[in-house]
Ligand binder design. Structure first.
Ligand code: OSB
Ligand code: MG
Length: 368
């Protein structure tokens, strides 16, 4: 596919409610939307870097820089065959996976549109709808948390993830568990603890949780092994798994029992498929994480989550959990069985609301 132009749209979108994690609170979400023109088709991708370097060292600022100054020159005017061809071209750029993944997504959208196949078909996905849950941010009090969870449960989510941090963990999780004795419940610490905190976190092990996500530092696969040895509840890694290699390390070290797959963190959807396949070979379940995506990234997450080893519900909630107005014309809704239907149109299977895109754009840069 000859790459004729690349546009970078830096967006800021208001969230329907603030989202607080152990690393901070967001009321608007920023991201970079990537638009690639090739052979009469337009491909769209989403770079999930946010404004601050809290989840990842990458930000919208660093990703605009890496995209503009390094990635775009490697593909503009070139014939990029597929995702692996793209990965080869950008292999000299160390890190910056969120930036790379945004472009790879747009290339997949183009490939699908050219071959008139959905991403699900291109990946070999087996499901037409995928089980999903909701990720609930840190709340002011356990009472407020239970109230918020109740609203999501009432709207049909059958799996709940709550964000925790030191001082807002055991009591909060116990409150949700007593209010909902049998709901599928999990927690996410976003690297807020160290191994010394293990005794304090131990009561979580009695709450019948599906998993405890990323309790320790991003670069601490070995300490996660030590923590997993002390817990019955599966440890799940998110931030630590930045490549298929890291997935192998975690499997070999027994650092976790479950992996959260995010194409952005791994550097592209192709890498997400590779981690899926590796985990499947090792009987390790995976699920699809989320980054508060727009309809573009959400469509790609659903396609990925249709692969067979995504056996746990994903953090891919309905559009109305995030945005009153989205940049895709399609909105994703929760089915009555706590699933969301995987798009079936060519490529990502979504169309862009150009007015909304323009309204949320802080800055646009076009290269041709
Ligand atoms: O750790 O899973 C995470 C959002 C932003 C950054 C990191 C994470 C999250 C979420 C939200 O948990 C998941 C979603 O998109 O609903
Ligand atoms: Mg996480």
């Amino acid at each position: 596919m000859k790459i004729e132009s690349v546009s970078l749209h830096h967006l800021s979108m208001p969230l329907v409610s603030p989202f607080e994690t152990s690393f901070g609170r967001e009321t608007t979400r920023q991201c970079v939307i990537i638009e690639i023109h090739s052979e009469g088709l337009i491909g769209w991708g989403e770079c999930v870097a946010s404004h601050d370097p809290g989840y990842s060292y990458e930000t919208v600022g660093t990703s605009m820089h890496i995209l503009r100054d390094f990635i775009v020159p490697l593909i503009l005017g070139k014939d990029v065959k597929d995702a692996l061809d793209f990965q080869g071209r950008v292999s000299g750029i160390r890190g910056h996976h969120l930036a790379k993944a945004g472009v790879e997504m747009a290339l997949w959208d183009l490939l699908g549109k050219r071959e008139n196949k959905s991403l699900r078909e291109l990946f070999g996905g087996v499901r037409e709808k995928v089980e999903v849950g909701v990720s609930v941010g840190i709340q002011d009090s356990p009472q407020k948390l239970v109230q918020t969870v109740t609203e999501y449960v009432n709207s049909g989510y059958a799996r709940v993830k709550i964000k925790i941090k030191p001082g807002k963990d055991v009591v909060e999780t116990q409150s949700v568990r007593s209010a909902f004795p049998s709901i599928r419940l999990q927690v996410d610490a976003n690297s807020a603890y160290s191994l010394d905190d293990a005794p304090r976190l131990k009561p979580l092990d009695d709450l019948n949780l599906l998993l405890i996500e990323q309790p320790l530092f991003e670069d601490d696969i070995w300490d996660h092994h030590k923590l997993q040895a002390q817990f019955q509840t599966p440890i799940c890694l998110d931030e630590s798994i930045v490549s298929p290699r890291h997935a192998r390390y975690a499997i070999e070290m027994k650092a976790c029992k479950i992996i959260n797959i995010k194409a952005g963190r791994l550097g592209g959807l192709s890498q997400g498929v590779m981690v899926h396949d590796l985990c499947q070979q090792h009987n390790m379940p995976v699920w699809c994480g989320g980054m508060l995506e727009t309809g573009i990234g959400r469509a790609s997450n659903l396609a990925l989550a249709s692969l067979p080893n995504f056996t746990l519900p994903g953090d891919v909630s309905a559009s109305d959990r995030y945005y009153q107005n989205d940049i895709t014309n399609e909105r994703f809704v929760l089915n009555s069985d706590s699933t969301i239907t995987v798009p079936h149109g060519a490529g990502l299977g979504v169309t862009i609301n150009e007015d909304a895109l323009r309204a949320f754009t802080l800055k646009k840069e076009k290269f041709c």
